[in-house]
Design a protein around this ligand. Structure first.
Ligand SMILES: NC(=O)C1=CN([C@@H]2O[C@H](COP(=O)(O)OP(=O)(O)OC[C@H]3O[C@@H](n4cnc5c(N)ncnc54)[C@H](O)[C@@H]3O)[C@@H](O)[C@H]2O)C=CC1
Ligand code: BAL
Length: 511
């Protein structure tokens, strides 16, 4: 029998115990993997910094599955699809269940925020107000779509009537990362359930706790067994099995561009499943002389340092026009310094900047910082680990960078900015687009014409004018170039979870 683990947290922000089922969630039940195995889930803040957290570095040992468990989950999902979900369940009923799920998540928001804090290192208040509020809003939004998915009527001639049906794929696989465990889950699960698909989801093996807790809410909300399944495990086993499965008709993936390519290759090798990919970025933030400087600085900081830089949209390349460069740097440095001083225990009310999510990510970012130093860039501020415990890194700014440096070209996924000076609009558009990525871009200018010209010239799936990273459930999100394929959010997400059938009706044509 799969077990549970109880996490005790005793802080001013959150006091209480949270029990977590540590098994796999398949066919509406908690089960052990076919070949039992576990992985330790780690708290990225050291014990010394959060003495109030009863769990130390290891929070829990949770089950990890294999391709055999993916098979079991797909069979359960197929059965649910054919008997109680998909076209067997009216959209209004699906919508009601999804809305109930959003309500339950809202009820338990503090517990989920606490799990995101201990597992991914997020400051508790930010996890609550941003990650969890965003997740609840997203699930609720897609619940509203469930009974609004209609085809079209096409009258091609007097003797013929045709109409389209927007049908679910059946079983979809969803592979999500560790940087926003609940938010990425909600982006995937919301549209998939609304459109009538059944799900086999693999959370990141590093941050599975909130997804496991979420499965309890799916059960409580009353979803038919098999509609939502979780197989926790490694990418190279469970993840790969999902991408290669012959009975999974669509895979939605968020993660690195490297693995995104593998997901696409697996589809080509197997059943040509539809693949949507939300991948990496190296997003530009462009600040013109005529911007509202105070606002531009705050948004620029948010664009990069939110979530400790571990965002696919992170605005890690900052371009500042020469006329305000010195003024910008003075004020921006002060803001980044203050953020550095607000680094620490995620449960402290004053904390704005937590640890990186894992040892692997910490090492990766520190290697990038070393590469910046070695390649001759100037560390303007930061550039070191913060303290001696946990995976904390100082918010960092590099100046004197050149376009060929690794810190300018590659996704760091950490709190590391590369600031460059520019002269003209034409120059900065070329520089901003000089990247393999194309996820997001920001422009700051009080000249509406210029701001929109630049926003339109960005080769990116999202462009923000005088703001940053305000991603919303109703607005499409996804990448140009190597940042991805397909769109999440809004009716575009509904499209990616449905396939269209044309039905032809003869009203009198004779042969
Ligand atoms: N677009 C985004 O939001 C994200 C981008 N990244 C980028 O990727 C870099 C590496 O982070 P990782 O955690 O190693 O990302 P990753 O791409 O390896 O992991 C993302 C998810 O894919 C799974 N996965 C790994 N290998 C797989 C395979 N062969 N088949 C199927 N699934 C597989 C992982 O288990 C995880 O659930 C980061 O530094 C960052 O640059 C990472 C996470 C999220
Ligand atoms: N992966 C979508 C959200 C983010 O990383 O910024």
């Amino acid at each position: 029998m799969p077990g549970t683990t109880t996490v005790e947290i005793n802080t001013a922000a959150f006091k209480g115990s949270i029990s977590i089922n540590t098994g796999l969630y398949i066919d509406g039940k908690w089960v052990d993997p076919v070949e039992p195995d576990t992985i330790d889930v780690i708290n990225p803040v050291s014990e010394a910094l959060t003495p109030a957290l009863a769990t130390a570095k290891k929070i829990a040992a949770v089950s990890i599955g294999s391709s055999k468990d993916v098979d079991v989950a797909v069979t359960a999902a197929q059965k649910a699809y054919k008997t109680s979900w998909g076209l067997k369940c009216p959209g209004s009923k699906r919508g009601k269940l999804i809305s109930r799920l959003a309500d339950l998540l809202e009820r338990d928001i503090d517990q989920f925020a606490a799990l995101e804090s201990i597992n991914a290192g997020k400051p508790f208040q930010i996890a609550k107000n941003s990650d969890l509020m965003g997740s609840i809003q997203c699930i609720r939004y897609f619940g509203g779509w469930a009974d609004k998915i209609h085809g079209k009527t096409i009258e091609s001639s007097e003797n013929k009537l045709a109409y389209t049906r927007h049908e679910p794929y059946g079983v979809v696989g969803q592979i999500i990362p560790w940087n926003y465990p609940m938010l990425m889950l909600s982006w995937k699960v919301g549209p998939a359930l609304a459109t009538g698909n059944c799900i086999v989801l693999k959370p990141s093996e590093m941050t599975p706790l909130s997804a496991l807790k979420f499965a309890e809410l799916v059960q409580e909300a009353g979803f038919p067994p098999g509609v939502f399944n979780i197989v926790n495990g490694y990418g190279t086993t469970v993840g790969q099995a999902i991408t290669e499965h012959m009975k999974i008709s669509k895979v939605a993936f968020t993660g690195s561009t490297l693995v995104g390519r593998k997901v696409l290759e697996a589809s080509a090798r197997t059943n040509l499943k539809v693949v949507t990919l939300e991948l990496g970025g190296k997003s530009p933030t462009v600040i013109f002389d005529d911007c509202n400087l105070e606002q531009a600085i705050k948004w620029t900081s948010h664009a990069l340092y939110a979530n400790m830089g571990q965002s696919c949209v992170a605005g890690s390349r900052i371009f500042v026009q020469e006329g305000i460069y010195d003024q910008f740097m003075d004020k921006f440095t002060a803001v980044v310094k203050a953020l550095g001083q607000a680094t620490g225990d995620p449960f402290e009310a004053s904390t704005q900047h937590g640890p990186q999510a894992s040892q692997v990510q910490f090492d990766r970012i520190m290697n990038y910082i070393a590469s910046g130093k070695e390649s001759g860039a100037t560390v303007h501020i930061g550039g070191e680990r913060h303290g001696t415990e946990g995976y904390f890194i100082q918010p960092t700014i590099f100046t004197n960078v050149t376009p060929d440096m690794k810190i300018v070209r590659e996704e760091i996924f950490g709190p590391v900015a590369a600031v460059q000076k520019f002269k003209t609009e034409e120059d900065v558009i070329a520089a901003a687009n000089d990247t393999e990525y194309g996820l997001s871009a920001c422009v700051f200018s009080e000249n509406v014409g210029r701001a929109l010209r630049v926003a339109h010239a960005f080769e990116s799936g999202s462009a923000f004018v005088n703001s940053a990273q305000l991603i919303e459930s109703s607005i499409p999100f996804g990448g140009y170039k190597s940042s991805g394929i397909g769109r999440e959010h809004g009716e575009y997400a509904i499209e990616t979870y449905t396939q269209v059938k044309g039905v032809h009706i003869n009203l009198g044509l004779m042969i």
